[in-house]
Design a protein around this ligand. Sequence first.
Ligand code: APR
Ligand code: PHB
Length: 397
Amino acid sequence: METKKTQVAIIGAGPSGLLLGLLLDKQGIDNIILERVTGDYVLGRIRAGVLEQGFAKLVREAGAADNMDMLGEVHEGVEISFNDEIIPINLKELTGESVIVYGQVDITKDMMQVRAKRGLETVYEANDVQPHDVKSDTPYITYEKDGVSYKLECDYIAGCDGFHGVSRQTIPEDVRTEYEKVYPFGWLGLMSDTKPINPELIYARTDRGFALASMRSQTRSRYYIQVPLEDTIEDWSDDAFWEEFRKRMPAGVRDNLITGPSIEKSIVPTRSFICEPLQYGNLFLVGDAGHIVPPTGAKGLNLAASDVATLYKIMIRIYKEGDKSCIEQYSPIALRRIWNGVRFSWWLTDLLHDFGDQKDEFDKKMETSEIEYFLKSEAGKKVIAEQYVGLPYEDLK
Ligand code: APR
Ligand code: PHB
């Protein structure tokens, strides 16, 4: 067995692990990332593309923002439609803030490239990654790469290994509480190299179900429709997708739809999931390893970023000031913001999707009334806008 050493061992080279690694490096804190698959495989996972300003600031601080600032589009508004009625939410006027539309794949690629350029170690295709002794002062990780077994000694372990990772399972079951809600539908997403249907994103509630018109750039569209859980990709030809998507766009916008061949098509289930606590000894859960939200509202990546921000502050305090007691602040600070994001994405999911017979006639009346109130009052729109641009990050005590 070969032995290596670092200060912070990071499991997972998704957005959480890469962002944390670059930030720590900026502070002179050593880190090594262990990733189960190849870099190309990581980049094959298409996900959301709306960044809160808090996230963008961190990427700048990490030194990986050149492309984001050059190619990302600043959006000062977002639209919600209810059948054919469009309600613009002017984020800038309501909150003074905006969001940046830039794909998760792009930001991940940018961070990978900066990491490689700085000569920081990332072990791709690391097998059997397993944290050990996380409650002790000498935690370590074992893994295997190209037939050789390794022991990676470290001070702290950041579990950035997503929902299916090993880190969360390292916290004993009697210490962990998991909260979960599974929604009765999936999102079918299609990417195409076509001009977006609308200048702003449209979250569309229709009698046929939910649809979202998003984009990656002025020449690349990203669209979604709510589909039954049982549906598979084979059930949806490109033509069938376009036909259904078109019907769910509001009249007046519908006719701007430009269709083209799909360059990616996938179905994601929708769920809310939260693990408490997020810290156990010297192990921290970051991003999807600790929580999942449905994509409505684009909070997944942004909540991962606020976890990173909190852990980053904790690591700075430990390594610069020698104050180890602050690690206990990670879980409560991260979870306060996570629960808020969970609540917002759950609420928006509830408001905009068709729940079929899970909702009775009374529930449907409540839904209509809620839409009327929130989308026709300035106060209601402001509540949505404030959540959409993201709440501020909390500082350590
Ligand atoms: N060992 C090493 N790496 C692992 C292991 C393991 N046992 N298990 C998973 N991984 C890797 C995965 O291959 C993946 O590259 O951890 C990475 C986790 O990345 P993500 O799932 O993207 O999670 P995260 O970085 O927290 O990003 C959060 O991405 O999933 C979206 O909606 C989510 O947008 C949010 C953001
Ligand atoms: C996306 O562009 O993929 C996207 C945007 C907003 C969401 C979800 C996904 O709420």
